[in-house]
Design a protein around this ligand. Structure first.
Ligand SMILES: Cc1cc2nc3c(=O)[nH]c(=O)nc-3n(C[C@H](O)[C@H](O)[C@H](O)COP(=O)(O)OP(=O)(O)OC[C@H]3O[C@@H](n4cnc5c(N)ncnc54)[C@H](O)[C@@H]3O)c2cc1C
Length: 213
């Protein structure tokens, strides 16, 4: 069993997200709006049935302890987030205020890689193998790449263990290209984290010791 707590690193943002039908927002179905707001990264989309799906990544200088996260109420979190989002002329604050269902907050981590990607007929792909910061905007692409390589190996190589060996080799082969193209997203993730840190340092009420605390 891997100890993920030893492998992961906190990326200076925390995450909340929810669903609502009660806000009227200007977005075409199928479009995904991302807002690099003054104090908080926010995104939302409208599902085909009209429900708004949203997430918010406020800055946090340090990991928020689990018991503190558990103590946070939705009411408190909703007010804190809406307060951060109100600085932007966007629907973010209204969407969060219109969310009546419970939602929580979680720390966000990079998981650069794990030492073993497969064992016998077991395999890990996507975030389970290499989770990146939400601010990098790459996690789903990397997961899709893994899935395509894995599917190709399962199609072309007889026997599951041999196909998984081939998959691990293939990933190793294109890892340098991936790392090179990953510099941009790592930098952007890092930059976003640093910006968030600066925002927090400037006195925003959204860091490990003050959000909901
Ligand atoms: C706030 C936020 C914003 C993001 N923005 C972007 C972006 O703009 N662009 C981008 O490319 N990526 C983005 N990502 C990252 C992206 O969402 C992930 O990298 C991607 O979803 C990883 O896909 P996955 O299939 O590996 O894992 P997941 O999407 O997490 O899928 C894993 C699935 O396994 C299920 N599961 C877990 N345990 C079990 C179990 N024991 N039994 C059965 N099922 C189980 C889970 O419920 C889940 O459905 C963002 C992430 C966050 C949190």
């Amino acid at each position: 069993m891997l100890d993920l707590e030893l492998l992961r690193s906190f990326v200076s943002v925390v995450d909340a997200g929810g669903f609502t039908r009660a806000a009227d927002v200007p977005v075409k179905p199928g479009a995904y709006v991302m807002i690099w707001g003054r104090h908080c990264f926010f995104g939302y989309t409208v599902s085909p049935n009209g429900e708004i799906w949203w997430f918010a990544n406020p800055p946090s200088r340090s990991e928020i302890p689990r018991d503190e996260l558990r103590r946070l109420t939705t009411d408190r979190l909703r007010e804190d987030l809406a307060g951060l989002l109100a600085a932007d002329r966007t629907p973010g604050a209204a969407i969060v205020r219109a969310t009546s269902e419970d939602f929580g907050l979680s720390n966000q981590y990079d998981l650069p890689t794990v030492p073993t990607w497969h064992n016998g007929s077991m395999v890990v792909i996507g975030d389970a193998a290499h989770a990146v910061s939400p601010s990098s905007g790459q996690g789903a692409s990397l997961a899709a790449e893994d899935a395509v390589v894995l599917a190709t190996c399962l199609r072309d190589v007889p026997g599951i263990p041999a196909a998984l060996d081939e998959y691990a080799q293939a990933i190793k082969q294109y890892a340098p290209d991936r790392a090179a193209s990953g510099v941009d997203w790592q930098t952007s993730g890092w930059t976003a984290g640093k910006l968030f840190e600066k925002a927090a340092a400037a006195g925003l009420q959204c860091n490990g010791s003050s959000i909901g605390g």
